[in-house]
Design a protein around this ligand. Structure first.
Ligand SMILES: Nc1nc2c(ncn2[C@@H]2O[C@H](COP(=O)(O)OP(=O)(O)OP(=O)(O)O)[C@@H](O)[C@H]2O)c(=O)[nH]1
Ligand SMILES: [Mg+2]
Length: 496
């Protein structure tokens, strides 16, 4: 995992004295916090960092060694649990573990602190931050990953205490996206999002560096904060450069989007119905696309394996052609910059005639994933698009969970992209749900216009076909434009 946006040496250069002074301030302030917000929370829960079991991805088997060598970072996870049940908090941290692993890290341990809200200075309370420091030493971790988006100040202060690199969930997701994007557009979108994330944090690092220099030279506290030095000028230059790059990227992305819009409009004009496969990351969207179309799309037990939308041609059992689009997986609290950056990709979902909402039936609480995805679907203005809930991984799912979902969701069916179970039924559902062409006609198409007959097969529904001496006699449902072409080229007769 390469968090290139974070200075590697920041923590190691933190002046010890300055860090101590900071921590003292924090303890004083946290004591006040405790008095104010202590009522709602159980003291004991508050008192302990709760360890989340089963997160460690440390070697269990020597044969894993070679694989693990690729992994550079040994991480400890930390979450702040503010609302919901203990199980929710555990699930959230388990998801963070999966994200960290996807980014190539080895997860050594994970802890959760119960608080009303994250500490404004150090995310977790300062006392807990020191316990976290012990855990870091004990496990030999080189990075702490926080389950949230931290302010630049929080990142710096927590690094000062734990003395290793601290990254947040947003940086982690951005890193994964950067590793996985392959198309030009995808790469450009991720770069833009990374720069957006970095821009406000540049100042933070600048302050951190000057603060560290000030702290080392002039004694205890405060002195470095407003320093205007060569560092600051450099930061200004950097920020300007980044802004220029961002503007350039935005222009490039806009141009690429135009190209994609043209293609999409073409599909619309041909009135090829479109189906979008949407769903939580790792639900099995790409596997489903492969099952339905035989397309060789990358399937991986990793989050965000797919970052570039793939569109495939497919046919219903009755022979109607439609397009099937794979999309980027959703995740809870998708960093805002990324929602923005991937809006264009998500537009594919908004424009679809039908959404196949894939959900991982083998997940302990698929309902959460359903809700999270629906939120994004609403956000991209696709709430009115008809939806079929495809409960995938039925082969591995708990039958009770499947039953629960099937009862709760009106239009849902259980399938397995692995075994192929439920695929026939799904295809029939798609056939039924796709919009039907408007015009029904009966037309005699001369043999010289064979390509029109093929178009009717591809774009419309052939109800009857008869080869006569004068040409092909078709009874079909087609869209307006094709109807006009058929009337021009052939001879229409009354539908009987
Ligand atoms: N047991 C089981 N595993 C499945 C099934 N379908 C997919 N998987 C596994 O689930 C993992 C994710 O599959 P993908 O198809 O890559 O999922 P995705 O939704 O496209 O994921 P992203 O592109 O990363 O968002 C892979 O390890 C698949 O082998 C299924 O029906 N049963
Ligand atoms: Mg995928």
């Amino acid at each position: 995992m390469t968090f290139s946006s974070l200075p590697q040496d920041q923590h190691s250069r933190a002046a010890g004295r300055r860090a101590d002074a900071l921590m003292d301030e924090d303890i004083a302030r946290t004591a006040l916090d405790t008095e104010r917000d202590g009522e709602q929370l159980d003291r004991e829960e508050r008192a302990a960092l709760r360890r989340v079991a089963g997160l460690s991805t440390e070697l269990r088997d020597v044969t894993e060694v070679e694989y693990r060598q690729l992994r550079l970072e040994r991480v400890v996870l930390v979450g702040v649990w503010t609302t919901g049940t203990a199980e929710d908090a555990d699930n959230s941290l388990a998801e963070l573990a999966a994200l960290a692993e996807t980014a190539g890290a080895m997860v050594l341990d994970g802890v959760i602190q119960r608080r009303d809200k994250p500490d404004p200075a150090t995310y977790i309370g300062s006392g807990k931050a020191r316990e976290l420091r012990d855990l870091v030493l004990e496990t030999g971790a080189d990075t702490v990953v926080c389950d949230g988006e931290l302010s630049p100040g929080q990142l710096i202060h927590l690094e000062d205490v734990v003395k290793v690199k601290v990254v947040d969930r947003t940086a982690l997701i951005l890193d994964i996206f950067a590793q996985h994007a392959t198309s030009r557009e995808g790469k450009a979108q991720v770069s833009l999002a990374q720069m957006q994330y970095m821009l406000p944090r540049l100042r933070g690092w600048g302050q951190s560096l000057s603060r560290q220099m000030g702290g080392g030279g002039s004694g205890s506290s405060g002195g470095g904060m407003a320093t205007r030095g060569p560092g600051e000028t450099k930061i200004e230059t950097d920020r300007r450069r980044i802004r220029e790059k961002m503007a350039k990227l935005r222009r490039e992305i806009a141009a690429m989007k135009t190209g994609r819009d043209v293609k999409r409009q073409e599909r619309r004009r041909n009135q090829v119905p479109s189906v979008a496969i949407a769903g939580y990351t790792n639900a099995g969207k790409s596997s489903l696309l492969n099952q339905l179309t035989g397309a060789g799309v990358l399937v991986e037990n990793a989050l965000f394996a797919t970052l570039d939308p793939t569109v495939r041609r497919a046919e219903t059992p009755s022979g109607r052609v439609y397009t099937l689009a794979d999309t980027v997986g959703f995740v809870r609290h998708l960093p805002h910059h990324l929602v923005e950056a991937f809006r264009s990709t998500m537009e594919e979902v908004g424009d679809a005639d039908l959404i196949l909402h894939v959900v991982d039936g083998a997940h302990p609480v698929p309902e959460e994933q359903l809700a999270a995805v629906r939120e994004v679907i609403r956000e991209v203005g696709a709430a009115d698009v008809p939806e079929i809930v495809v409960i995938n991984k039925a082969d591995a799912a708990d039958p009770l969970v499947l039953q629960r979902l099937l009862r709760a969701e009106k239009r849902a069916l259980a399938v397995s992209a692995h075994t192929g179970a439920g695929m026939e039924e799904l295809l029939e559902w798609i056939d039924r749900e796709l919009p039907r062409p408007d015009v029904e006609l009966r037309v005699l198409v001369p043999y010289t216009e064979g390509s029109l007959v093929s178009r009717v097969h591809a774009e419309g529904e052939v109800l009857a076909e008869e080869h006569t001496a004068d040409g092909t006699l078709l009874t079909a449902r087609v869209h307006e434009e094709l109807a006009a072409d058929l009337r021009r080229a052939g001879r229409e007769t009354a539908v009987v």
